[in-house]
Design a protein around this ligand. Structure first.
Ligand code: TNX
Length: 508
């Protein structure tokens, strides 16, 4: 394994060795980190961010970093493109770290260097730098220094290309500002996919211009009968932009052919009998299905997925496909083939829950495992790539333990250790590393009603999924992870995030 973490230097007997500070508690753990010793780097009133190759994306990352540093330190932190600035933090694009998201980070007394082959790597380097600075920096108001970082060298790259987090905005609606705040936490842990579950029986959450009642009526409530809501296309585009600035791709999901009550309540022609059901605000799944032998069903998915594709720069559209209990197997297979044709005609790749493995799917389809290994294996046999969201490990709607006041327990309790100790390649028998795109946490929200509850169910579990998706297996483990994790709590508090104080973590 490539993991390499030097521990604090121990003085040899009879000699006085310089004290090397302990390795910082980074999450996800970098592939290689070496404390290089010597006097620390300090951010001062003279510190500038230097961006040598002002490609727009590198420039944007430099501005993002400078803005963050200004808020934390109160210093001016200008962004400059040249000049031998002392005490500088320099961002450079080079080809020596030839992985899409990899980066190198060097801290010396005289300066900090962030290097990557691609802009995404540079961005990830800034998030590592952020974790090297005190948690007080997170609060968004200037603190007194000293802002020092011990000299070190980090060489880092992710294990998997897909490190995701799903937020169900359908069962309970969360506003665009709340989603943006969610994105900010994802960025801190190098999560690079935000999967938005945009429709379900209890609500339709995206404005569709060709079928306007989906949002205005289908989005007008939620579980428990609250007011619900939806994203206008402008708001959705704003979420996509906010995510892209943090090198996070939005994976939008419109769930079909089941989980469609909100759509059918809005348009009676989407049912087989032509009768619109009432809006549904219960929490249990209810049996329903788009009518697979009506032409209008396919006009509907062409229109909806067409608008969604236009709004989504990323290459993926998620069509759900889960729990189609009210669709006959042959109708399900026919429907998924038609949906896949639409996705491909729009120039996108299809993502679906594991059930789509029962249909004919194209090689390269991304299939999201949640419970049934046989269905996932059926997808793999057709050349699919897997994203693992095991409900026993990565479902953030599961309670931590018997005392958790909200959430489900149908997949068991998932405390922090459970959520950290699994591997995306070995979880399902017969899977090889190259068949796995990565891991994704899923927060279903039937029983998660407020954004504070979203925070509480997400932290402290999210960093575990992030590390599973990013870090090599060698060189990390639960006993040392929980010690690192504990040090992140002040950072979450600084950001104003609530979290669960699991007894498994030595919070201090
Ligand atoms: C199963 S997982 C579902 C969701 C529920 C979730 C609750 C999956 C693809 N479907 O509709 O929200 O359980 O834990």
């Amino acid at each position: 394994g490539a993991a390499h973490l030097t521990s604090p230097a121990v003085a040899a007997p009879g000699r006085t060795a310089p004290v090397t500070p302990p390795a910082p508690a980074l999450i996800p753990k970098p592939r290689s980190l070496k404390m290089t010793g010597g006097r620390p780097f300090e951010i001062t009133a003279d510190t500038a961010v230097v961006v040598r190759h002002p490609a727009p994306e590198a420039r944007r990352t430099a501005e993002y970093l400078a803005t963050w540093l200004r808020r934390a330190t109160g210093h001016a932190v200008p962004v400059v493109t040249s000049g031998a600035t002392p005490q500088a933090i320099t961002l450079a694009v080079d080809n020596e770290t030839p992985s899409a998201e990899g980066y190198r980070l060097d801290v010396t007394h005289g300066g900090v260097h962030l290097r990557a082959a691609e802009p995404a790597g540079l961005f990830h380097a800034t998030q590592t730098l952020r974790q090297l600075l005190p948690a007080a920096a997170e609060s968004g108001t200037p603190h007194a220094g000293p802002w020092t970082i011990s000299p070190l060298h980090i060489d880092d790259a992710p294990r998997f290309p897909w490190r995701g987090s799903m937020l169900d905005v359908a069962r309970h609606f969360f506003t665009a500002d709340e989603v943006k705040s969610y994105i900010d936490i994802l960025a801190l842990y190098k999560i690079n996919r935000l999967h938005l579950h945009l429709s379900d029986s209890q609500g339709w959450r995206l404005e569709i211009k060709s079928w306007p009642r989906l949002a205005t009526y289908g989005g007008s409530t939620e579980v428990g009968g609250g007011p619900g809501g939806y994203f206008t296309q402008r708001e959705y585009a704003d979420i996509v932009r906010h995510a892209a600035e943090r090198h996070i791709m939005v994976i939008p999901e419109i769930d079909m052919p089941a989980h469609v009550n909100a759509a059918q309540a809005s348009y009676a022609e989407l049912t087989c009998d032509g009768v619109a059901p009432p809006l549904y605000t219960g929490e249990k799944g209810i049996p329903n299905s788009l009518c697979t032998d009506k032409d209008i069903t396919y006009r509907f998915i062409d229109d909806v997925l067409g608008e969604l594709a236009d709004l989504t720069p990323g290459p993926y559209l998620h069509i759900g496909g889960d729990e189609a209990l009210a669709t006959k197997p042959e109708d399900y297979r026919f429907f998924i083939s038609r949906a896949q044709q639409t996705v491909h005609r729009l120039g996108k790749r299809m993502v679906g829950w594991e059930e789509v493995g029962l249909a004919d799917i194209a090689p390269g389809t991304v299939v999201q495992f949640w419970a049934n290994a046989a269905k996932a294996q059926g997808a793999l046999a057709q050349g699919a790539k897997l994203v693992l969201s095991p409900s026993k490990k990565a479902y953030f709607d599961m309670k931590y333990d018997a005392n958790t006041p909200i959430g489900h327990d149908w997949a068991g309790y998932t405390d922090v250790q459970d959520g950290y100790t699994w591997d995306p390649v070995t979880y399902i028998p017969g899977v090889t590393e190259s068949q796995v795109h990565g891991a994704e946490a899923a927060l279903w929200t039937e029983r998660v009603a407020t954004f504070e509850e979203v925070q509480y169910m997400t932290l402290p579990r999210l960093p575990g999924v992030a590390e599973i998706g990013w870090s090599p297996v060698d060189g990390r483990g639960w006993e040392e992870y929980r010690v690192r994790l504990a040090t992140h709590a002040p950072r979450w508090s600084g950001l104003g995030w609530r979290y669960h104080r699991s007894v498994e973590v030595p919070w201090g």
